[in-house]
Design a protein around this ligand. Sequence first.
Ligand SMILES: NC(=O)c1ccc[n+]([C@@H]2O[C@H](COP(=O)([O-])OP(=O)(O)OC[C@H]3O[C@@H](n4cnc5c(N)ncnc54)[C@H](O)[C@@H]3O)[C@@H](O)[C@H]2O)c1
Ligand SMILES: O=c1ccn([C@@H]2O[C@H](COP(=O)(O)OP(=O)(O)O[C@H]3O[C@H](CO)[C@@H](O)[C@H](O)[C@H]3O)[C@@H](O)[C@H]2O)c(=O)[nH]1
Length: 330
Amino acid sequence: MTVLVTGGAGYIGSHMVLALSDARRPVVVLDDLSTGSRAAVPSTVPLVQGCCGDEGLLDDVIRDHGVTAIVHFAGSIVVPDSVTDPLGYYLNNTVRSRALIAAAVRGGVKSFVFSSTAAVYGEGAAEPLRETAALDPVSPYGASKLMTERMLSDASRAHGFAYAALRYFNVAGADPAGRAGQSTPRATHLIKVAAEAVTGKRDRLQIFGDDYPTPDGTCVRDYIHVSDLAKAHVLALDHLARTGENLVANCGYGRGASVLEVIESVKRVSGVDFPVERAPRRPGDPALLVADPARARTTLGWRPDYDDLDTIVGHALAWERKIAARAAAE
Ligand SMILES: NC(=O)c1ccc[n+]([C@@H]2O[C@H](COP(=O)([O-])OP(=O)(O)OC[C@H]3O[C@@H](n4cnc5c(N)ncnc54)[C@H](O)[C@@H]3O)[C@@H](O)[C@H]2O)c1
Ligand SMILES: O=c1ccn([C@@H]2O[C@H](COP(=O)(O)OP(=O)(O)O[C@H]3O[C@H](CO)[C@@H](O)[C@H](O)[C@H]3O)[C@@H](O)[C@H]2O)c(=O)[nH]1
């Protein structure tokens, strides 16, 4: 009854490992440590260092650990990087996911939860976005994820397993107990970058574009707390085991915040006023991404615990200060 968590040494994956461990569910992590770190995985959880596209390794891990479910976080995640390196993104996100799905089929794994993204939706769809909105990704990143959703749909029909594709909106924050957080080197995510500006790791924050068709001209996103997201994954695993029915569901709160509103929140919660400068638009950025989370609520019974921007920012800041203090002591 072991859950294989690919990318479990990364930001979201490490919170999922904590959620599963807290629920006393056996877990094994597969991670190549390209952006994740060994320290993010509790010492009680086995970590296999390797690639989720290595079919021989996958067969061994599934057999040796008695894997019955897979939660697949491993992948490349930076939207603008996918614009400059699309083939790298299709390799790591699409080709390697295919290898993992094939290994799951060979190993008789019955449940598969996949990290999809709001970036699969097209521009111009009615907001908040429902799962039925048009799928027309702006970036190669979104396309690489949409292809994996399609492979899961086709393979589940042909081979008799159930999958959940959870389309995350913007994930932020950290474990409220301070056990995990975002430690990604060269992070690009807005709240993480702003938290680094608070601790002095960065000397300023840039706003990428202030001429979008949004109320204040900056991009609007639906920021979701990473622990609420992990909770949705645990519920999705239960749903798949109980019903055997596939699920595609948004994970967001249904409320947007602009880049300027996020910066205000970070300054307010931290009490630190860091320099901010206007910069050109970043390639691949849609103006507005806000979820309609109704399906996750009704199908999974998902009820978020941290649906508040200042709370998310507060947890992100607490983690950032903790790792900054640790780095200073080294
Ligand atoms: N962070 C967000 O806001 C967000 C939003 C939507 C979707 N997602 C998706 O969630 C997942 C996790 O994202 P994250 O923010 O935790 O990123 P992350 O970079 O912290 O985690 C990814 C993990 O996968 C590992 N990895 C990458 N390629 C691998 C490979 N080929 N084989 C084995 N391990 C590999 C990395 O070392 C890392 O530990 C990704 O699939 C991402 O696309 C993230
Ligand atoms: O220093 C920065 C960093 C970001 N932004 C802006 O802030 C917004 C959010 O950007 P970011 O935090 O990098 O997240 P996204 O590019 O929206 O992408 C995240 O959220 C998507 C879902 O909405 C996921 O698919 C991606 O994996 C995840 O990286 C965007 O408008 C950025 O242009 C800035 O203005 N300055």
